[in-house]
Design a protein around this ligand. Structure first.
Ligand SMILES: [Mn+2]
Length: 295
């Protein structure tokens, strides 16, 4: 071993690689925010989540999983581009390889548009669980057909709505609510969560027919008091605890996940550690689902 190996680290990459253990997940960042229309800066999200991750406790008492004793492979960030089609194409190709290699992947955004690329590249037996304040169902926004405000419209045009459930919904134009109704998008809106005692049951019922899940967390699903550093903050959101409750209820294999819309420029440090914690618990859940320890 040289002093270079001894004293230098490849930070900000997450450096929990153990050569003899298959990684719980492959992590990569997508520093893309070219279609942001309000508060830009989610391109700085991936590295800020990594930095927070290296500074929180990663043993999960709830799951009894210690990621420190396991292995996480951090593959770095997608090459810089401001072309949305190129970003979608590259992300999709990377995900196809990970699905082929049967490794759970975790994507750090970046803006929500990236989910269009990731989800189209997973097997169709995979349910998409979207946590988001916004419906993202506009036909176009600010002159763009594919953007953070329209990605779900484009996705449903391609694959319909049968495999998609949207949780925490509370912000959209009146036209978008009508579109959601017309295309039959399953919603667990914030109102439903507040008025129904066990909204987790609605999620588990929806997932009955699916083998795998892909979890997409737009951090603005959380109340801005928990997660102020997002591109489009929206009041009256979920608590971190409630979001974790939904995640902990998942019993299906997690094929992949993303955590998007984190904008460190507007953060006070809170959103970064929340994102890091969510990533940790999603990896813990992935590990348990891989080893069939949850059923
Ligand atoms: Mn959103």
């Amino acid at each position: 071993m040289s002093y270079k190996d001894l004293f230098l680290t490849p930070e900000p990459l997450i450096t929990f690689v153990k050569e003899d253990i298959k990684p719980v997940a492959n992590i990569f960042g997508v520093p893309f925010d070219a279609t942001s229309t309000f508060r830009p800066g989610s391109r700085f999200g991936p590295n800020a989540i990594r930095q927070a991750y290296m500074n929180i406790e990663i043993y999960s008492p709830f799951l009894d999983v210690d990621l420190e004793s396991l292995s996480i492979l951090d593959l770095g960030n997608l090459k810089l581009t401001s072309n949305v089609d190129e970003m979608i194409y590259s992300v999709g190709k990377v995900v196809v390889e990970m699905v082929r290699d049967e490794v759970t992947f975790g994507v750090l955004g970046g803006e929500h548009t990236l989910t269009f690329g990731t989800y189209l590249s997973v097997p169709r037996s995979t349910a998409l669980i979207i946590f988001d304040a916004h419906l993202d169902l506009r036909d176009e926004f600010a002159g763009l057909k594919l953007s953070h405000a329209t990605f779900l419209r484009r996705l449903t045009e391609r694959i319909g709505t049968d495999s998609i459930i949207h949780i925490g919904s509370r912000a959209a134009s009146s036209g978008e609510w009508k579109v959601a109704d017309k295309i039959g998008l399953s919603l667990i809106s914030i109102q439903t969560i507040y008025t129904i005692a066990n909204s987790g049951k609605l999620l588990s019922d929806f997932l009955n027919d699916f083998e795998n899940v892909y979890v997409s967390i737009d951090l603005d699903v959380l109340d801005p008091s928990f997660a102020p550093g997002v591109g489009n903050p929206e009041p009256d959101g979920l608590s971190v605890h409630k979001l974790l409750e939904f995640l902990y209820s998942l019993k299906k294999r997690i094929i992949g996940f993303d955590i998007v819309e984190f904008t460190p420029l507007y953060d006070n440090g809170t959103t970064a550690v929340v994102a890091a914690k969510l990533m940790n618990e999603l990896m813990g859940l992935s590990y348990l689902s891989q080893s069939n320890k949850r059923s």
